[in-house]
Design a protein around this ligand. Structure first.
Ligand code: COA
Length: 191
């Protein structure tokens, strides 16, 4: 069954997940050009102002319209400043599976933003969109992202050999997933 994600805003204790807008262009350009972002994600290099304008005003919205996924801007609830992005793509509406991806801006790293956003988008996908599996793939060498997966409650399943691409070459991908069972367990454990 073909479907699409709704255009919506999600709120957690310290974050707002909302659609991208033109106001995010300059922060997107800076964050997507950042060395760590470019180390692990095969984004255009150089990442120009045109790329940022296209992503914020067209491509991120087209992704949702296509049914493939949805991409949220992670924003500060007080200032609305962009802190990063998190989204779902490669959604299979028949199998009810999807894949999460994210980057956090250099000015927002190291304070739990990715963990909180990954937990919330997983919960939303499984509890509110009725999906059955959210997959997370991270290069085996991307220790920060793997830690995010673990702390957000995703369980590691294995390693896909030679499955990913970065500007530095091909990489093995550690595969994690979140399923409805994991949410039930986290409730039971009182987390
Ligand atoms: C990975 C990334 C999203 C993490 O974002 P973040 O908001 O800083 O992450 P959090 O603060 O929520 O948590 C990071 C966790 O990783 C740990 N970590 C950070 N850098 C690390 C490193 N180099 N090695 C090991 N652990 C690391 C942190 O200590 C923290 O774990 P802790 O809470 O147990 O201490 C961010 O570094 C980033 O944008 N990287 C570039 C893009 C990217 O890799 N995207 C993911 C592709 S799969």
């Amino acid at each position: 069954m073909a479907s699409i994600f709704p255009e919506t805003v999600l709120r957690t204790d310290s974050l707002v997940l909302r659609p991208f807008s033109r106001a995010d262009v300059e922060d997107t350009r800076i964050a997507a050009s950042d060395e760590l972002t470019q180390t692990w994600l095969p984004l255009p290099l150089p990442y120009t102002l045109d790329h940022a304008v296209d992503w914020c005003t067209r491509a991120s919205h087209a992704l949702r319209d296509s049914g493939d996924g949805v991409h949220f801007a992670i924003a500060d609830p007080d200032t609305d400043r962009l802190l990063g992005t998190i989204g779902l793509r490669k959604t299979d509406w028949r199998a009810l599976t999807t894949e999460v991806g994210y980057w956090i801006a250099p000015w927002a790293r190291g304070r739990g933003v990715a963990v909180e956003a990954a937990r919330e988008i997983g919960r939303w996908a499984l509890e509110e969109r009725a999906l059955e599996r959210v997959e997370l793939r991270a290069a085996t060498g991307n220790l920060a992202s793997r830690r995010v997966a673990e702390r957000a409650g995703y369980r590691q399943e294995g390693v896909l050999r030679n499955a990913g691409i970065t500007h530095g070459g091909r990489v093995d991908l550690a595969v994690y997933s979140l399923t409805p069972d994991d949410l039930d367990h986290s409730h039971q454990e009182g987390r």
